[in-house]
Write a protein that binds this ligand. Structure first.
Ligand code: DC
Length: 227
């Protein structure tokens, strides 16, 4: 069977990452969470007081950033490393979540991240999730998925996800953050979130996790046997 690229885009908190991870694991493909890359840049920018209105500050910041993923043998999950430090937990906190959409609108940031992502997918056999994977990073991907879900369902899912990590956040605060990110992600000038040409939309509001994973695996397998 030929190796393909599976591009998964969609709104925040509609299950993209966990679904993409499960699909990659089933297909024995690499999984890249591009949101984690934008989050790592945001963490660096916050910690190093990078001024988003100063192009010099941004390019110096970007030149000092190295992002890698390493598998944690304890849970078999890929974790995000920023300049050699494991930042998997820090990049998910509300401080980073509150700023990441703004940092993601910066053209220089996108150019740097897209170049790295394209390198990672050069040999195919990869599942990548984000906002612009099917539209900008891999418009030629064999399978392009656009995931969506009802806004309230997404907010509840995000709250549960944070709770599992020990962070109890009020639902209203989560909704406020999601609404703000949706607005920035879909209206920004650089690579706004939109369904890719030829993309397949999956609404996960009424789907179980297993159902959404199975749907994508089925679509991927159909592509893998095409000559
Ligand atoms: O998937 P996530 O919620 O962890 O992503 C965090 C932010 O990163 C999201 O608000 C938009 C941005 N992002 C992006 O602009 N492009 C991507 N390919 C992935 C994420």
């Amino acid at each position: 069977m030929k190796k393909i690229i599976v591009a998964i885009d969609g709104y925040s908190a509609c299950g993209k990452s966990s679904t993409a991870k499960a699909v990659a694991s089933f297909l024995s493909y690499a999984y890249i969470d591009t949101g984690a890359m934008y989050r790592a840049v945001t963490l660096y920018f916050l910690d190093n007081y990078i001024d988003l209105t100063n192009p010099k500050s941004i390019s110096t910041g970007l030149s000092n950033i190295e992002i890698d993923f390493h598998r944690n043998p304890k849970n078999n999950q890929n974790e995000t490393f920023l300049n050699g430090l494991n930042v998997e937990k820090n990049i998910r906190d509300m401080r980073v979540s509150g700023k990441v959409s703004e940092v993601s609108t910066v053209r220089e940031v996108r150019i740097a991240m897209v170049a790295q992502q394209q390198k990672m997918g050069k040999h195919k056999g990869i599942v990548m999730d984000g906002r612009d994977i099917g539209t900008v990073v891999f418009p030629q991907a064999e399978l392009k998925i656009f995931m969506n879900a009802d806004f309230d369902v997404r907010a509840e899912r995000r709250q549960k996800e944070l709770l599992k990590k020990g962070e109890l956040i009020e639902l209203d605060k989560i909704k406020e953050n999601l609404a703000k990110r949706d607005h920035i992600d879909t209206t920004r000038e650089e690579s706004p979130l939109t369904k890719a040409k030829g993309g397949i939309e999956i609404d996960t509001t009424h789907l179980t996790f297993d159902e959404q994973v199975e749907q994508i695996i089925h679509l991927a397998q159909n592509e893998m046997i095409k000559t």
